[in-house]
Design a protein around this ligand. Structure first.
Ligand SMILES: *[C@@H]1O[C@H](CO)[C@@H](O)[C@H](O)[C@H]1NC(C)=O
Ligand SMILES: *[C@@H]1O[C@H](CO)[C@@H](O)[C@H](O)[C@H]1NC(C)=O
Length: 299
């Protein structure tokens, strides 16, 4: 993955979509067709845009280690600088403001807030960085939507207990989430605990494309891992980590801070090719392995 290029393209695409929606299509679609509270937004994730990978006392993440390992990224690129959002966030926020969006979803780099997970201190520089972003957004009338976890975990947690494969991660995630609620919850009213855990389980533990690059044949060709077992263990720990963070928020913060909390799950849809039992069952199975194995619509 050519991270840097992919990043800028992603941002461009987002901006272009917003642009289309707000400007070019204005003869058909008007802002006034939507309720005033309707949120139009852009979105990013920390590793994809921030760069500044060792600045402000940030700890090493799994992605830093992964992209720096020779041979993992085809063109040898990494996110050390990325879109340089770490230095240029004011410019980026100004760009969003000029597009007319009123929301922005971004993620918090776990390693900026807790360079060593719960095994070290809270990093005030990291907290200050996100405080500046949140304050600047609010000043421009842009609602911050915060993803607590978007695929980057402290490398230390990977080393200590194998990251998402260990139930120990549930405690670390709850601690990280609570630090976020404490530090930012007075101003952040929209929380996403994690980004697309179903895709992460697949990419990291079945296909082995994402760190920690674990898989087995015939799904992929990794040194370690088990594609028929580990994606389910990782997903299980992600579900319980999500539940832990949600219950911490509901029990201790929601009433006082008055925000919302949810999850983002990658969703695909399938239609049968023919109206036959075998095709209908195939569709049911394919859909089951997308969203339902992670979150059921039944309470
Ligand atoms: C993966 O784990 C399953 C269940 O423990 C086991 O049956 C299978 O042999 C393992 N596969 C590999 C490639 O290690
Ligand atoms: C599919 O087949 C069933 C049973 O033969 C029939 O009742 C149904 O109307 C068909 N659906 C479509 C979309 O053709």
């Amino acid at each position: 993955m050519a991270c840097k290029a992919a990043l800028s393209r992603w941002l461009l695409l987002l901006f272009w979509c917003a642009h289309l929606l707000l400007r070019s299509c204005s003869s058909e679609i008007h802002r006034s067709h939507f309720p005033p509270s309707f949120l139009f937004g852009t979105s990013t994730s920390a590793y994809q845009i921030e760069g500044g990978y060792l600045e402000g006392k940030k700890g090493l993440s799994n992605w830093d280690v992964f992209t720096h390992k020779q041979g993992t990224i085809e063109d040898g690129s990494n996110g050390d600088i990325a879109a340089d959002h770490y230095h240029r966030y004011m410019e980026d926020i100004e760009l969003m403001h000029s597009l007319g969006v009123n929301s922005y979803r971004f993620s918090i780099a776990w390693t900026r807030i807790l360079p060593r997970g719960r095994f070290g201190d809270i990093n005030p520089d990291g907290v200050a960085f996100y405080n500046q972003i949140i304050d600047a957004l609010l000043q421009k009338g842009i609602q911050p939507f915060v993803t607590i976890f978007h695929y980057d975990i402290p490398h230390e947690l990977e080393e200590r207990y194998g990251g998402w494969l260990s139930p120990a991660i549930q405690k670390d995630f709850g601690y990280f989430a609570e630090v976020c609620f404490k530090m930012f919850g007075d101003r952040v009213k929209f929380w996403v605990t994690m980004n697309q855990p179903n895709l992460l389980a697949k990419f990291a533990y079945m296909d082995g494309w994402f760190p920690p690059s674990r898989c087995s044949k015939p799904f992929g060709n990794c040194v370690f891992g088990n594609s028929s077992k580990e994606p389910y263990i990782a997903a299980h720990n992600m579900i319980l980590s999500h539940a832990n963070a949600v219950s911490i928020y509901r029990n201790n913060y929601q009433k006082k801070q008055g925000g919302y909390i949810g999850i983002s799950v990658g969703a695909r849809w399938y239609e049968p090719l023919r109206n036959t039992t075998i095709d209908l069952l195939a569709v049911e199975r394919a859909i089951s392995f997308n969203v339902p194995w992670l979150c059921s619509s039944k309470q």
